[in-house]
Design a protein around this ligand. Structure first.
Ligand code: 4AD
Ligand code: MG
Length: 477
């Protein structure tokens, strides 16, 4: 007989029949009722053990965490809380658990404790829901780009250029760290290293994605990126996944339209396909919020927040307008901000971004036309000579979700900018070639995947939305 999943057996119009199922015991109550979960859904199926056909020894081995194989009859449930249950005819223990030491007891565990047991935390309802949503969002992203004529491109993980300037990089080397070859100056001789030059883990696939946009037209990358910044916050990882579309002949306005449509599409996908998990996470969030002071509680529930983003336009605000708002706002005047905004040109900190989205506009905000000197070298210089066609998309509760720009397509302007920033032209000869041969307006952006998962699940710490988080001093698993 075919093995069914719990999700299949709990589906609405399931016919009562003989069934065969495998899963893990969540709880075993009154020596009779197993709550069985196999990861296919948030919900457990109740399996009712029959004393007559189960021996004493097997009964003892039905403990939380054990893997079991159950055969039985799917019947209408006598008890409350479920419409069907399995009347067990045969039960085989596939893998025992140890109730004394099994970390995932049927009780509330702190997220800190579960992080230390990240290999088992997806056996809890919260983490299985989060990771099913993560998978769904990832699928929705590929679906969106596929349906909109984008090609999926794999940009390299190991890179020889450090030009992006997006963050500190992790070195990649095959040299013996105890005894590296030295050159005449006494420095490490990278010519003798594996790639014959200094290499790092990539901080972004953008520059390579630009090369493909300038031939295939519409492309995107979706891969891991690495930043060795020592920022131990609830929003930063040293290894995170980034989605980076890049489009030829598209300007900044088109970039904003694309980003907004894309975000709405992937969020509405999970609203349509992950209801159960979202409703569970919504309840979890509500319980968590009850422990906070009234003023800090969110006015909207999780699903309301997602719907709000899907149904409303993002507010588009220039950096210059944002600075005016911030300069004149209460927390700035009363010196409540850690960094007081005094004049145009100031870099925005997350406290400012959060004020704009959470207190002032109360919706996602696209900030654009930033001062050139606080943004990357490749961004298109505006006619005013001091701002660039950059855009950041800020989300309530998250802050920066997306960073992007129209790219500088003029060879002379780009070269001048690189010179001013001391970026080696030889290192980026291929990037400059794009401006020499058939250059054109083009734009793109980067979405931090884990920040999207945080928003969609209502989880407050980025370590809880990626299977095995890499952060300073932590690379367990
Ligand atoms: O703003 P960033 O640094 O932009 C780039 O890397 C561009 N090359 C993207 C592009 O235009 N193609 O990073 C993009 C996004 C941020 O908005 C944020 O959501 C996320 O990546 N991000 C991080 N997420 C988790 N941990 C970190 N340390 C992150 N740094 C950036
Ligand atoms: Mg950024």
């Amino acid at each position: 007989m075919k093995t069914s999943t719990v999700a299949e057996l709990l589906a609405k119009d399931i016919k009562l029949q003989e069934v065969d199922i495998k899963g893990w015991v969540r709880t075993f109550r009154a020596n009779r009722f197993i709550a069985l979960n196999d990861g296919s859904t948030l919900n457990n199926i109740q399996c009712v053990v029959n004393f007559e056909n189960t021996d004493e020894e097997t009964l003892k081995r039905i403990t939380t965490g054990a893997a079991v194989h159950i055969k039985g009859e799917l019947v209408e449930s006598q008890g409350k809380g479920q419409s069907v249950e399995i009347s067990v005819t045969s039960l085989e223990i596939l893998g025992d658990s140890d109730p004394e030491t099994y970390p995932i007891q049927p009780k509330k565990h702190s997220f800190e404790f579960l992080r230390e047991n990240a290999h088992l935390r997806t056996r809890t309802s919260t983490f299985s829901a989060v990771m099913r949503l993560r998978s769904s969002l990832s699928f929705a992203i590929h679906k969106y780009f596929n349906e909109n004529g984008f090609y999926y491109m794999h940009t390299p993980i190991v890179t020889g250029s450090d030009a992006e300037g997006a963050g500190e990089m992790f070195r990649v080397s095959a040299l013996d760290p105890k005894n590296p070859p030295l050159n005449a100056e006494g420095d490490i001789d990278h010519k003798k290293d594996f790639f014959g030059k200094e290499t790092n883990l990539t901080v972004s696939g953008q520059l390579e994605a630009e090369t493909y946009a300038m031939s295939l037209g519409k492309v995107y990358t979706f891969g891991p990126t690495f930043r060795a910044e020592n920022s131990n916050t609830s929003r930063h990882l040293a290894e995170f996944w980034m989605i980076e579309p890049e489009v030829a002949f598209m300007d900044l306005a088109g970039n904003m339209d694309l980003a907004e449509d894309f975000m709405k599409s992937v969020l509405s996908y999970v609203l349509d396909h992950n209801r159960e998990d979202l409703e569970f996470l919504e309840k979890r969030l509500l319980d968590e919020e009850k422990t906070k002071p009234q003023a800090e509680r969110s006015e909207m529930s999780l699903i309301e927040k997602l719907k709000f983003v899907v149904d409303n336009n993002f507010k588009r605000v220039s950096y210059t307008e944002a600075i005016e708002i911030l300069r004149n706002c209460k927390p700035n005047k009363k010196k409540k901000f850690k960094y007081i905004i005094e004049e145009w040109g100031a870099d925005l900190q997350s406290e400012h971004e959060r004020f704009l989205v959470e207190k002032h506009f109360k919706c996602p905000v696209i900030l654009f036309d930033y001062p050139a000197n606080i943004k990357a070298f490749y961004m298109r210089l505006n006619e005013d000579g001091k701002t660039v066609r950059a855009m950041d998309i800020l989300f309530p509760g998250i802050g920066e979700m997306i960073g992007g720009a129209q790219r500088e397509e003029r060879l002379d302007v780009l070269k001048e900018k690189m010179k001013a920033l001391d970026i080696d032209e030889e290192e980026l000869w291929w990037y400059l070639d794009l401006r020499k041969y058939g250059t054109a307006v083009h734009s793109g952006f980067g979405l931090g995947f884990e920040r999207l998962v945080m928003f969609a699940t209502g989880m407050g710490n980025i370590r809880d939305v990626i299977p095995y988080p890499r952060t300073p001093q932590n690379a367990e698993f």
